[in-house]
Design a protein around this ligand. Structure first.
Ligand code: 5RP
Length: 220
């Protein structure tokens, strides 16, 4: 799948305008995008980054990382996804960067999502849905999600058994066993639970363009 990811990322470069500031997501597909963006570093003003990981990658290719508070609306946001449905609604957060990703998507006029074909689904939910939670609310939020959905929230762990900590100092619950027939309603309902920072459903603000890697890449 890495070739398909690379093809999608290279196609997204066509959406980059000269002298603009680019919103940049997180993950292995975006890593290809950052690599290609490095070749254009003298033609863009900089980037707003969605994670410490992407910030390091951007700086490594010589792109200045800017604070969203100083940039205003961005013309373009490029990011990957864990799942994408035919309405360009997404599950994101496999890399635990969902909150900053959501903020930048909201701040951008155009959201171009880059995926390989394995990410395309008819109904979202096969990929466990990530939820970023304030640490003290972890058990409360897990109980409320279980009661609401009958699906199983699992506290995300690192390989050494410690809990994953996000760039914002929070924890992640992954909800297993969902079939999300109404993504907008579920996004709103989970967002209402006290202690939830954000949920990795992008239905209220879906992608505007989805590029599926292939030969040639498909633009949806
Ligand atoms: C990170 C994300 C990523 O976009 C998502 O996990 C896809 O990653 P990859 O491109 O490595 O398959 O949402 O929080």
């Amino acid at each position: 799948m890495s070739e398909a990811k690379r093809q999608a990322a290279l196609k997204a470069i066509e959406y980059v305008e000269r002298d603009s500031i680019i919103g940049v997501g997180t993950g292995s597909t975006v890593a290809y995008f950052i690599e290609a963006l490095g070749g254009m570093r003298d033609h863009i003003r900089g980037a707003v980054s969605s994670s410490e990981q992407s910030t390091a990658r951007l700086r490594a290719v010589g792109i200045e990382v800017l604070d969203l508070n100083n940039t205003g609306t961005l013309s373009l946001y490029v990011d990957g996804a864990d799942e994408c449905d035919p309405h360009k609604r997404l599950i994101k957060g496999g890399g635990a960067a969902l909150t900053r990703e959501k903020i930048i998507a909201e701040a951008s006029s155009r959201f171009v999502c880059i995926v390989d074909p394995s990410k395309q689904v008819d109904v979202l939910g096969r990929f466990p849905l990530p939820v970023e939670v304030i640490p003290m609310a972890r058990s409360l939020v897990a109980r409320e999600i279980l009661a609401m959905t009958r699906a199983q929230p699992v506290w995300r762990q690192n390989e050494d058994g410690s809990g994953v900590v996000t760039d914002n100092g929070n924890v992640i619950l992954d909800i297993h066993g969902l079939a999300i027939t109404d993504p907008l309603a579920l996004e709103q309902a989970i967002n209402q639970i006290p202690g939830v920072v954000s949920v990795g459903l992008f239905a209220r603000r879906p992608a505007d363009v989805v590029i599926v890697g292939g030969e040639p890449p498909q633009v949806l």
